[in-house]
Design a protein around this ligand. Structure first.
Ligand code: ADP
Ligand code: ASP
Ligand code: MG
Length: 404
């Protein structure tokens, strides 16, 4: 007998009918003789609706209360699924994050899981029950409810699979696997049979919303066997594994993209040893996440600095920099909104020079100007105007022959 963790996302549990469909899927796994732990998200767009309600009351809602609110979404699904399983003749029990022993750091809105006290779940499994756990939530040592960041139910599932030493974790979603790029926007996208941990980590971090980036970190660190597959169609999904065994000859394996990026430029920065550290320490202490950073020195010895941030943060970033103008010692601030980041990812890049050059050539040939660039061993990202984002994805997808 094996132990399988199954996770069903928002669309997959979006209605009573869909929850009954999930119950059938869980029953099938259980009838194969496996112990089953099921992690579910809130139904459909519930989390978005809760966020919007909160914003109608408070423009910047209290973070603790936000977690209290958002954690209710998943609690609806676990109880309904448990009822559905009981109706189908299975013994089942639902647990919220804290009941399931999911302990997180004391950070509201984006907490990391520190440990999972698995006794309650193990006891229920031994009693022959299917265990249903609310995704995306946990509790701090001092008893405060936390959430794991948007899309965090994937992380709950993978963390449980690691803690329970599950044989496999299946992420059921509304697409049939991980594609070369988002199939909702690019019709030529092709399903990948396997993706390596490192490629998946880059894709997830660079905007491929199909998996929560922290879930991929867990998969890599604990060597969890993970498959991403459809909750509606029976076909095979995508395996995330150490080394992608298939299609290894492809240099680029996927294109990821994200919009709502802002570039902030700080002109005429006193080029002292500490000016960079002061700027980024100030931004970090205000919880502003910075992505790409470019610095250049002018003939006068002053420095110009550009960095990219999420557009949600730009007003706050400008306020912070203006408030600290005297200490930072710069001449002028500038910001450009409506930007997007398009990235190509593939482990084959390490041994294939010229990939970045080809990317830039393709974008130039399509009259798409590049505003910023960043690279790692297995990815190249270019910041472009938001209006060119999908075109850039499409031409790169074609140029690197990803549809084949
Ligand atoms: P769930 O609610 O099941 O967690 P998500 O909406 O979080 O589902 O993730 C699935 C979505 O991820 C798909 O509908 C698709 O639009 C998007 N997506 C982005 N990049 C990719 C990709 N490379 N492969 C597959 N899906 C992707
Ligand atoms: N319900 C949460 C969200 O919408 C968590 C998840 O679905 O993974 O972000
Ligand atoms: Mg998701």
């Amino acid at each position: 007998m094996g132990l399988i963790v199954q996770k069903f996302g928002g669309t997959s549990v979006g209605s009573v009918e869909r929850i009954l469909n999930v119950a059938d899927c869980v029953k099938e796994e259980s009838q194969r003789g496996n112990q089953v732990v099921v992690v579910v998200s809130a139904m459909g767009k519930t989390t978005d609706k809760l966020v919007n309600m909160a914003k109608e009351i408070s423009p910047v809602p209290n973070r603790r209360e936000m977690d209290m609110l958002l954690s209710t979404g998943e609690q609806v699904t676990i109880s309904l699924l448990s009822m559905a399983l009981k109706e189908k003749g299975l013994e089942a029990v639902s647990y919220t994050g804290w009941q399931a022993g999911i302990v997180t750091e004391p950070v509201h809105g984006n907490a990391r899981i520190c440990k999972i006290k698995t006794e309650v779940i193990e006891k229920a499994l031994q009693a022959g029950k299917v265990v249903i756990v609310a995704g995306f939530q946990g509790i701090t040592e001092s008893g405060e409810i936390t959430t794991l960041g948007r899309g965090g139910s994937d992380t709950t599932a993978v963390a449980l699979a690691a803690a329970l030493h599950a044989d496999k974790c299946d992420i059921y979603t509304d697409v049939t696997g991980v594609f070369t790029t988002d199939p909702r926007y690019i019709s030529q996208a092709r399903k990948l049979l396997s993706v390596s941990y490192d490629e998946m980590l880059e894709l997830a971090n660079l905007g491929a919303g199909v998996l929560h980036p922290r879930a991929v970190e867990f998969v890599k660190n604990y060597q969890v066997r993970l498959e991403v597959r459809s909750s509606m169609e029976k076909e095979e999904g995508t395996i995330i594994e150490g080394e992608a065994t298939m299609e290894q000859n492809l240099v680029v394996r996927g294109v990821a993209f994200e919009d709502e990026i802002t570039r902030v430029t700080v002109l005429g920065l006193r080029n002292s040893l500490t000016s960079l550290s002061t700027i980024f320490t100030t931004l970090a202490s205000n919880h502003i996440n910075v992505d790409i950073i470019i610095q250049s020195t002018t003939e006068t010895g002053a420095a110009n600095l550009s960095f990219s941030i999420h557009t949600n943060d730009w007003l706050e970033a400008l306020n912070v920099l203006e408030d600290h103008k005297a200490i930072l010692g710069y001449e002028q601030l500038d910001a450009e909104n409506k930007l997007a980041k398009v990235s190509i990812v593939g482990s084959g890049m390490i041994s294939n020079p010229g990939v970045a050059a080809k990317m830039f050539e393709v974008l130039a040939a399509n009259h798409i100007a590049i505003k910023m660039v960043s690279t790692s061993e297995i990815k190249v990202s270019a910041v472009v105007e938001e209006k060119h984002m999908l075109k850039a994805v499409e031409v790169l997808h074609e140029a690197f022959e990803l549809e084949k």
